[in-house]
Ligand binder design. Structure first.
Ligand code: YH5
Length: 290
């Protein structure tokens, strides 16, 4: 298991001391009402600061809603939303920043503005130019699984064996990316909770997360407030925090190295409990000295 991510500029992000909490910063019109460019930037920075105060390890900046059925936005609009925010965060704080985009042009500008990590829900498949952008940088890459596209992914998701198929996808992505010259140490895998999955698929992926480790690469999980939690608990999106926090603890217990969440402080407690219980289990199962 690799123990750290090397960020551009020789900074390091350790994944062995404890799992990391990635805070979600969504610059979409539905999350920050567009009252003009400066108001949006100011609100986004205040929100980022609140996540940093709560203990976020990484800030994930996204400008296109990839919720089920959402329309794609074009690269220039997405860039207009996220680039000023990434630049401002980078100027103010040292926190690692990831950019949540599958568009090469947005990723390229984000890296120039100081982003440290590319978080691509398509695993570098939707935009053919993304591989070139990734190759030109040293940034870690979050390689997520999605069946279909955000527009159509929830129409009729189907798998014979979702865990085996996501695992096979991770292996294919690993082979393709390393074959193209991407260093294996840059890759983080993500099963893509809610991305072309029914309830049973999401539950299988989380409860069998340990089976998704491919080539020893770390795993990230983004389950926060997603609809499968609403389905299980019969809760609207604004009431899913406790369920989300429970899933974060279990994801870490099952081996997740990074959790992508909305609620930082509560998730940090969950992550610590998941980590301590995982270590306790390892000590008993593998015996002393391991
Ligand atoms: C992810 O899992 N997710 S954007 C629907 C919701 C709540 C939240 C109300 N980007 C992931 O956060 N990147 C997104 O229901 C991501 N992994 C990675 N790597 C969707 C989102 C959300 C969607």
């Amino acid at each position: 298991m690799t123990d750290e991510l090397l960020l551009p500029g020789r900074r390091r992000l350790s994944l062995t001391e404890r799992p990391l909490v990635m805070g979600i910063l969504n610059i979409t019109s539905d999350s920050f009402y567009d009252g003009g460019r400066y108001l949006v930037l100011d609100k986004a920075l205040k929100y980022a600061e609140s996540m940093l105060d709560a203990g976020a390890d990484i800030i994930d900046v996204g400008g296109e809603s990839t919720r089920p059925g959402a329309d794609a936005v074009d690269a220039s609009e997405e860039a207009e939303r996220v680039i000023p925010v990434i630049r401002a965060i980078r100027e103010k704080w040292l926190v690692p920043v990831s950019v949540d985009t599958y568009k090469a042009e947005v990723a390229k500008q984000a890296l120039e503005a100081g982003a440290d990590i590319i978080n691509d829900i398509s695993g570098l498949r939707f935009d053919k130019a993304m591989l070139k952008v990734a190759k030109a940088s040293e940034a870690p890459l979050v390689v997520m699984h999605i069946q279909g596209t955000p527009k159509d992914m929830q129409k009729d998701p189907h798998y014979d064996d979702v865990v085996a198929e996501v695992r096979r996808y991770f292996q294919e992505r690993y082979d393709t990316l390393t074959g193209a010259g991407i260093d294996a140490s840059r890759i983080v895998f993500d099963p893509g909770i809610g991305f072309g999955k029914r309830l049973e698929h999401n539950l299988a992926l989380i409860s069998r997360l340990d089976e998704l480790v491919v080539e020893g690469r770390p795993i990230m999980v983004g389950a926060s407030r997603k609809s499968f939690i609403g389905s299980v608990l019969d809760k609207d999106v604004e009431d899913r925090m406790p369920g989300s926090v429970a899933v974060a603890a279990i994801a870490v217990f099952m081996g997740a190295s990074i959790v992508r969440v909305h609620d930082i402080a509560a998730t940090l407690q969950a992550v610590r409990m998941g980590m301590v219980l995982r270590a306790a289990r390892a000590k008993q199962v593998e015996g002393p000295g391991v």
